[in-house]
Design a protein around this ligand. Sequence first.
Ligand code: IMP
Length: 432
Amino acid sequence: MASVHGSALDGSCTVVVGCQWGDEGKGKIVDVLAGDVDVIARYQGGANAGHTVHVGDQHIVLHQVPSGVLHPRKRCLLGNGVVLDVAQFFGELDDLAERGIDPGGRIGISTRAHIVFPYHKALDLAAEDAARDKIGTTGRGIGPAYEAKTGRRGLRVADLLERGSVVDKVIRGVEWARARLRELRADPDLAGTVEEALKLSHRLPAVATDVGDEIARALKEGKRVLLEGAQGTALDVDHGSYPYVTSSNTTAGAAAVGTGIGPTAIDSVVGVVKAYTTRVGNGPLPTAFDDEMDKVVRELGAEFGATTGRPRRCGWFDAVLASYSARVNGLTGIAVTKLDVLDTLPELKIATGYRIEGLVQSLFPAGVRELEGAEPVYETLPGWQTPTTGARAMSDLPANARAYLQRIEDLVETPVVMVSVGTRRSQVICRQ
Ligand code: IMP
């Protein structure tokens, strides 16, 4: 199975996972790799994600629909690990159709995926409002929807398909939300919620499917499958900077659980890292720039959240986090994005360790207070101060840019298989 994308797609089933705090540019990497696969499936998260893809003159931001949808003829799936905002999903599909991209029968949603209802959003906002230590959520109802799932109060796509009993189930959900909102001293208007929640469910039968079965059959037929993660490793509910995390497992292990295949079906894992680090939402960012540098890189990299428009905090590349991500995700390759954003900087730093209470360590700590107090130990590399946006092969990159990538590769002990130097598909370099 020859691949035009070199060593990134190693085997039939590849996971693409974020290795920092989300916003690594996974959408762009998936968009490029999607050309070489038959099926693309998202495995967790919901409309909190924001994948920005540039195709021709079009600048498309997708939250709920997988970014692979922009490739004609590819099957795009949302696995059971995803939480589905039905209105957002069909809204995005309609918007794509207006732009002349009609995914028609190419899109499928797991019957086991849980639904995000409008009252989950109300709960999300009220909980943030009431919290002393705010997480800085996207307000998309993600936490409350996953809470309902693990609390065994959730409703799944399969429930919405059972028209007879669904209204009662939604009413119970609304009542539960009302009681909880009262405790939070919030009083949003939930009138009309049941009707709104069910308004678009008549469109679900056309897209509902058994995602695990579809993927297993595709693999059996020798097809290629890409499993697309949302957010990033440091936002994983188990492995991230808890409690400043999202409410799902974002890491590669969740790709099997969140789609309904076994872990042995996965052949390779591409970890996406930005050439520097960013974070949106609250919580520690050990390699954060000082204010002046933060402003410079935010402008250079247009670092504003795709979902909320919030400015992202920016910092140096953190090899402690990237190495941890390599282990947690079992990376077989790294994709480094936005290298061009660093083109004008005279020198660059990479964090190789954290000094915590006087001791230097290379492990990403579990305790959020430790992470907050971590002082990065930096190594300084010369910048290249040459534009890289025209590079189409590794050999086109300036020597110092190649040295920077080599240092990342050495520290993370994982080969760099892709590099992006701009927003266009043609600006993603794949190592052969
Ligand atoms: P939630 O997922 O909306 O509950 O937000 C929890 C945390 O994850 C917040 O810090 C958000 O800013 C962050 N977050 C959620 N989705 C994304 C994303 O797609 N990119 C970056 N950060 C995200």
